[in-house]
Design a protein around this ligand. Structure first.
Ligand SMILES: Nc1nc2c(ncn2[C@@H]2O[C@H](COP(=O)(O)OP(=O)(O)OP(=O)(O)O)[C@@H](O)[C@H]2O)c(=O)[nH]1
Ligand SMILES: Nc1nc2c(ncn2[C@@H]2O[C@H](COP(=O)(O)OP(=O)(O)OP(=O)(O)O)[C@@H](O)[C@H]2O)c(=O)[nH]1
Length: 437
């Protein structure tokens, strides 16, 4: 089970500082060139061998400097609903304020373990002031004086926090959940699609920076499907001049692509598959990503019952040997097949992680090979003895044979086609290697 710790409290008490201390990351991802700053409000942490996630609910809900009652309520609701442990942060320098009391009143009565964390206790003298917070009377635990800025006191706090977890937690709660990215030329409807998804109910929204500085992962749960959208939206803001737009859109695509498992290449139905789209698709294949094509703005096409099939056929022709890429027709504005698009992306992910048992693989493929064996080369017979799927992240099949160097490209394509016919690898690049045996 995932353990979740939520941080609540009024502005400026040091919630983000504590958050960053817990997830051991720097405050924000800052971009020196343009001042694009992206705070993070969700991250993974570990203490004494227990894993947990931290949400800074304040960073998540506050839109302005003022904290209104509704904001407090939202923040507390999020914490109470999502968290296993709540950290209510107050400030030793300011002492108890009316806003703290307002928060306390909302938190009162929660069944979740609630800790009052008295931040900015930079020295002994300040740490002595924590007593006044006991008057709130909302927590069964002792109050922990800490200084998030230096980290002092956080160890003692965490010792108690992790005792509240029922299990060890999950090292990477996002493991096994498809990371999907939406790429495509400007104006095809990428943002509209994201917004349409955002319009639906969702569980925790997690803006999490990935290993690449600008990539943001947002985790969704929609119609029972769990998935993460990777985006590098931050980078878009800094493109001011024309050349920059081109450059950054390429950079952005590359980075987003690296961070994802499945790439949705979105195209405009009124323009069809363009050279740039083909480049993007090749890039995704080269990077061993799952790929699908989403033909958006389908509402703008004048059509009869044959149109979709015809356009699809034309596209498949253009895709050549990559005809295994699935194509879906959508209208984001008319909310047509939006969910199916996500469903298709998660299916592609399933295919990408598919493992075929060696016995099954041999049963089927050795028969196919017998029907059409690799052609002899310079009088030498090539014998494929068996095949196995390698334990890699993407489907790779190793064919063991006597003379691997003599097998030519067309035969490899034959094998790939037989693999695809017998097992579902729709949307997934499949690799074939030969080994000497
Ligand atoms: N003296 C002292 N200052 C601290 C400490 N921790 C945080 N601060 C300062 O308190 C100020 C507010 O910190 P933040 O972490 O941004 O506070 P926040 O609660 O996230 O604020 P919002 O984002 O407005 O909700 C910053 O100037 C921090 O440097 C501490 O342990 N001691
Ligand atoms: N008719 C129609 N218009 C759409 C559809 N989806 C998006 N649009 C419109 O297309 C325009 C561009 O949409 P965006 O979502 O901003 O496109 P984008 O791909 O995010 O664009 P960039 O931010 O430039 O990369 C907007 O005016 C949308 O309203 C659709 O399915 N049908």
């Amino acid at each position: 089970m995932a353990n979740i710790v939520a941080i609540v409290g009024r502005p400026n008490v040091g919630k983000s500082t504590l958050f960053n201390r817990l997830v051991e990351e720097r405050k924000a991802i800052e971009d020196n060139m343009s001042g694009v700053t992206r705070d993070r409000h969700y991250g993974h942490a570990q203490w004494s061998g227990k894993f947990f996630s931290v949400i800074d609910t304040g960073g998540y809900v506050t839109g302005s400097e003022d904290v209104f009652e509704a904001e407090i309520r939202k923040q507390v609701k999020l914490a109470i609903e999502e968290a296993d442990v709540i950290l209510f942060v107050v400030d030793c320098i300011d002492g108890l304020t009316d806003l703290d009391t307002a928060f306390a009143n909302e938190l009162r009565g929660t069944k979740k373990p609630l800790f009052i964390v008295a931040n900015k206790a930079d020295n002994r003298e300040k740490a002595m002031t924590v007593h006044e917070f006991y008057s709130l009377g909302i927590s069964d635990f002792e109050i922990f004086p800490i200084a998030s800025a230096s980290g002092s006191g956080t160890g003692e706090l965490l010792d108690e926090v992790v005792k509240q977890f029922v299990d060890e937690g999950i090292e990477d709660p996002d493991a096994g959940i498809p990371k999907i990215s939406i790429l495509g030329r400007p104006n095809v409807g990428k943002s509209s699609f994201l917004n349409a998804l955002l319009g639906h109910e969702r569980s925790i929204v997690t803006d999490e920076a990935g290993t690449t500085r600008d990539a943001i992962h947002t985790r969704y749960k929609l119609f029972g499907q769990d998935f993460i959208i990777t985006d590098t939206a931050g980078i878009r803001k800094k493109a001011k001049v024309k050349e920059d737009v081109e450059f950054y859109s390429v950079m952005r695509s590359l980075r987003t692509l690296e961070e994802s498992d499945v790439v949705i290449v979105m195209i405009d139905a009124t323009r069809g598959l363009e050279a740039q789209d083909i480049n993007l698709i090749s890039l995704a294949i080269k990077n061993n990503k799952g790929v699908m094509i989403m033909v958006n703005k389908w509402d703008l096409i004048e059509k009869d019952h044959k149109t979709m099939g015809k356009i699809k056929d034309d596209m498949v022709d253009r895709l050549g040997e990559n005809k295994w890429i699935p194509i879906i027709f959508t209208s984001v504005v008319e909310k047509q097949r939006i969910f199916q698009a996500i469903e298709l992306a998660t299916k592609v992910y399933e295919n990408k992680t598919r493992r075929i048992a060696t016995s099954k693989l041999n049963d089927i493929l050795l028969q196919e090979i017998e029907k059409y064996p690799p052609p002899a080369w310079k009088g030498k017979y090539i014998k494929i003895k068996y095949v196995t799927q390698l334990p890699t992240k993407n489907p790779v099949f190793a064919f063991f044979c006597n003379l691997p160097q003599y097998i030519k490209e067309p035969y490899t394509r034959y094998l790939e086609n037989r693999l695809r016919e017998n097992f579902n690898f729709e949307g997934v690049p499949v690799k074939i290697v030969y080994k000497n045996k």
